[in-house]
Design a binder for this molecule. Structure first.
Ligand code: ZN
Length: 174
């Protein structure tokens, strides 16, 4: 297993719509393993393949119940609403409130290509929505209200000028 470099805000791969995974081979399993190791090392609770520079529909996460990978995930059954601070491993040091559905249903494939489905609530629902956004080229910054987006973009500019990022919150970084 290997820790992969995490692509940062501004990298064009984060803005692409990722391709479906078609080959369920050793290379896919190795990529998922490397992504999980990278996520735990960061540390964070979710990671999508574009964040390590691979434009593929593969996400990994651990909501506290153990490592999971879902290939070609599709969300449905959006219910309820939650608003909570969210961060992104590709936008380090920024945490802002994001409105998400409270519950979602996810369907996709496992690393062998067999169908999987899961229901997420609260943190798991937030993780699934954040990571599926990533494979569609969407960042959490896009989902902030106007004031928070302005604040976030100003902080990013300050970071470019050398200001330190705030301390990481591993339970909120995706
Ligand atoms: Zn993210």
């Amino acid at each position: 297993m290997a820790i992969l470099p995490i692509r940062r805000f501004g990298d064009p791969v984060l803005r692409e719509r990722a391709r479906d995974v078609e080959a369920f081979d050793g290379a896919l399993r190795r990529l998922a393993d490397d992504m999980l190791e990278t996520m735990y090392d960061a540390p964070g609770v979710g990671l999508a393949a574009p964040q390590v520079g691979r434009s593929l529909r593969l996400i990994v996460f651990d909501d506290g119940t153990g490592p999971q990978a879902v290939v070609n995930p599709v969300l449905s059954g959006f219910e309820g609403e939650q608003v909570g601070d969210e961060g992104c491993l590709s936008v380090p040091g920024l945490y802002h409130p994001v409105k998400r559905s409270l519950r979602v249903h996810a369907e996709g494939l496992d690393l062998q290509g067999d169908p999987v489905s899961l229901d997420g609530e609260e943190l798991l629902a937030r993780i699934l929505q954040h990571e599926v956004d990533h494979i569609n080229g969407v960042l959490f910054l896009d989902r902030l209200d106007r004031d928070h987006r302005r604040e976030a973009l100003a902080a990013l500019r300050d970071q470019e000028l050398g200001a330190p990022a705030s301390a990481p919150d591993p339970t909120r970084a995706l």
